[in-house]
Design a protein around this ligand. Structure first.
Ligand SMILES: *Cc1c(COP(=O)(O)O)cnc(C)c1O
Length: 374
């Protein structure tokens, strides 16, 4: 049985009429740049997340870069973040000559270890950039406490965190990205809310930050050909917005299907030798964007899965402090032992709403057979 790590084709086949219709409306109107479907999706995302403002941009990477620029994560200022993430969470800081200051991760959540943040704060520190990775949010209570104490800005990389919610001191659950100064989403196709191409969004509750973000995505213009800032050319494509509005209608169903698949993996792999399973920490509503295990002999397991035609992915095989592009930061091997160990053990199994029960069973059997020699 061949199992893809991810496919958009099943979803498209199931809702073909609806997607085709949404695309056709845009093509007939020809409103490709910031058409009304972009404003509509922004409204829907404001409602869904309870953020006051939402600004659609070309990708999650651009959303991070623009937010970093606006928040002043640049020109030698230091931003405390995690080395165990996708490149864009750190390149958004170095793009403007800001300085990422890494702290190691928590072994269970894979998010930055909040007990290590405070010792890194100094006169140059301007912000904290937590990443809500894979299936859960970073400890936002602790992060917001430290930010308040030292007057730091918080940029939440919620690229993977659509649908995740955190129960803070206030008591009610708040959506990922709405707790810090800015939050960003990615609509990369594999993401929980993924488009059929690139896309991203910035959310905030601050009117001034929202105003700037709207200018920055159109070259810094307050109106056509009147430039307040030197900005970017980074708009969410109207076709993608139309597609994403269709997908957003079904998001709660998609999230619960992911939860059911994760539950099956957790049950079936619970007693599998050589495998450690993910745990959620803190009072939060998690979303299984990725289902990771920590696996003994990870690379051999990966070969075994490939031989059985099961797709897998490794997020992330090399932490950012060891990437050649960041060698000027001066970090070396051994600086962040938890991140380095996790990078050697982690492997993601297929999870998407349309995967079948038979496929999940086959994956579990294949993993178990590898460790139990079955
Ligand atoms: C996907 C992702 C991004 C980047 O999003 P793009 O839309 O691909 O540019 C940023 N950070 C994290 C943690 C991601 O997973």
């Amino acid at each position: 049985m061949k199992v893809s790590f991810y496919t958009s084709q099943r979803e498209y086949a199931l809702k073909k009429e609806e997607f085709n219709r949404a695309i056709q409306v845009v093509l007939e109107k020809g409103n490709f740049i910031l058409g009304e479907q972009v404003a509509q999706l922004e409204n829907e995302i404001q409602q869904y997340t309870q953020a006051k403002y939402a600004i659609g941009v070309a990708s999650g990477t651009d959303a991070l870069t623009i937010a970093s620029d606006i928040l002043g994560f640049k020109d030698g200022k230091e931003v405390i973040t995690s080395p165990f993430t996708f490149l864009a969470s750190t390149s958004c800081i170095t793009k403007h000559r800001g300085r990422p200051v890494f702290v190691d991760i928590n072994e269970e959540t894979f998010a930055l270890d909040v007990t290590k943040i405070e010792e890194k704060v100094n006169q140059q520190t301007i912000g904290i950039l937590p990443i809500h990775l894979f299936d859960q949010m970073a400890d936002m209570d602790r992060i917001m406490d430290i930010a308040a104490k030292y007057r730091l800005r918080v940029l939440e990389d919620a690229a993977e965190a659509f649908g995740m919610r955190w129960k803070g001191q206030g008591g009610q659950y708040r959506h990922a990205g709405t707790i810090g100064d800015f939050g960003v989403f990615s609509f990369f196709p594999t993401k929980t809310l993924g488009g059929y191409g690139d896309g991203g969004m910035m959310i905030t509750n601050d009117e001034e930050l929202a105003r700037k973000a709207k200018y920055y995505r159109v070259h810094g213009a307050s109106k056509k050909y009147h430039y307040e800032y030197v900005g970017y050319n980074s708009r969410l494509d109207t076709l993608q917005a139309a597609i994403l509005s269709v997908k957003l209608k079904y998001i709660d169903d998609a999230v619960s299907k992911r939860a059911a698949i994760a539950k099956r993996y957790l049950e079936r792999l619970e007693d599998c030798p050589g495998v450690r399973l993910p745990k959620v920490k803190g009072d939060q509503k998690q979303v299984y964007y990725v289902f990771n295990i920590l696996a003994e002999n990870r690379d051999k397991l990966a070969e075994h899965l490939a031989k059985n035609e099961i797709g897998y992915s490794i997020y992330y095989p090399r932490p950012l402090h060891l990437q050649p592009c960041f060698k000027d930061l001066g970090y070396q091997k051994g600086d962040f032992p938890v991140a380095e160990r996790v990078a050697e053990e982690i492997i993601a199994l297929p999870i998407y709403p349309e995967i079948t029960t038979d496929e999940v069973e086959f994956i579990c059997d294949t993993v178990k057979a590898f460790y139990q020699g079955g």
